[in-house]
Design a protein around this ligand. Structure first.
Ligand SMILES: Cc1ncc(COP(=O)(O)O)c(C=O)c1O
Length: 304
């Protein structure tokens, strides 16, 4: 259904084989190039937004409002998607007014950017709080932070079906995790031959229980695991370990990674390969969730 509205979903994104990763052994490892879904919108953001855009259109809304930080991949994708598909967009941005290349792009795509104090921003986590923040801008389809919510699952369900078609046998799917929406959506939609491992980009002790809370009972203790990642406590600067990881991955595999999510997942996955806890019989898929625009916040060019 998503594919009938958004042609980027008509063709599966490629699985690119990775070679000579540290500790890889005889395992076959592929990167699911979700970043290539669309040159402007690619990544898990577009997977989550596509469902919101189609629900907004079906309910007659012409304005989309969401929230995020000044470097938000989500607001960036929302602004570009709004421009392309004929919606006006409002981005409620956390904290003191600042200008970043991310927000410049969003404004350039027609998004109205409004800064919200950190205190008021805390309201965003409930439907009522988000509605209150968005009230001054009139009737609109509201999108929770990061593109979560039920409508956000339509594109993820599509991605799961694509993965199921693309690879046979036992699969270990590695997924970068922020809010956990993409991870939980994939756990729910994939068949049991997929083990889904999430790699949390930010330190958050409550994340595992919040993810479990989104899952139907049969998935609560089965088929998934949440892993911590190197550097998940330090986001101001890219730690040297991750900078090296990002540069060597790009040089060796020819794939640019984002400096927050996919790079942390690949660093942690490398450590797991070296500790031999992943059976060699599993095909490993690592999901590239895009976010390359965020490289500019770390002094890196947008993409290789
Ligand atoms: C590039 C990228 N990867 C992964 C994630 C994490 O997605 P989720 O919030 O669905 O866990 C995000 C979103 O925050 C992102 O921008």
């Amino acid at each position: 259904m998503i594919a009938s509205l958004f042609p980027a979903f008509l063709t599966p994104t490629p699985l690119q084989e990775l070679k000579d990763l540290p500790g890889q052994g005889h395992r076959r490892v592929f990167m699911k190039r979700e970043d290539l879904r669309d040159p402007e919108l690619g990544g898990n953001k577009w997977c989550k937004l596509a469902g919101h855009l189609s629900a907004a259109r079906a309910s007659g809304h012409t304005r989309l409002i969401s929230v995020g930080g000044a470097w938000s991949n989500h607001l960036h994708a929302l602004a570009l998607a709004g421009r392309r598909f004929g919606f006006s967009t409002v981005g409620l941005v956390r904290g003191e007014p600042v200008m970043t290349p991310t927000l410049q792009d969003a404004i350039g795509a027609g998004m109205k950017v409004q800064f919200v104090s950190r205190e008021n921003y805390r309201q965003r986590n409930t439907d009522e709080g988000l509605a209150e923040l968005a009230r001054p801008y009139g009737p609109a389809w509201l999108i929770p932070e990061g593109g979560g919510g039920l409508a956000g699952h339509a594109g993820i369900t599509h991605l799961a079906a694509e993965l199921d078609q693309q690879v046979r046998g036992d699969v270990l799917l590695a997924v970068p995790v922020g809010s956990g929406t993409t991870f939980a959506g994939l756990i729910k939609a994939l068949p049991p031959r997929f083990q889904v491992w999430g790699f949390q980009a930010f330190h958050d002790d409550t994340l595992a229980s919040r993810i479990a809370g989104q899952l139907p009972e049969e998935h609560v203790g089965a088929g998934w695991k949440l892993h911590q990642t190197p550097g998940m406590r330090s986001h101001r600067r890219l730690p040297a370990l991750l900078e090296n990881q990002l540069n060597s991955f790009e040089a060796e595999q020819g794939i640019a990674l984002d400096p927050v999510y996919t790079v942390r997942m690949m660093a942690a996955l490398g450590q797991l390969f070296e500790s031999h806890i992943i059976p060699e019989s599993y095909t490993v898929l690592a999901l590239h969730t895009g976010g390359l625009q965020g490289r500019r916040g770390h002094g890196l060019v947008k993409a290789a």
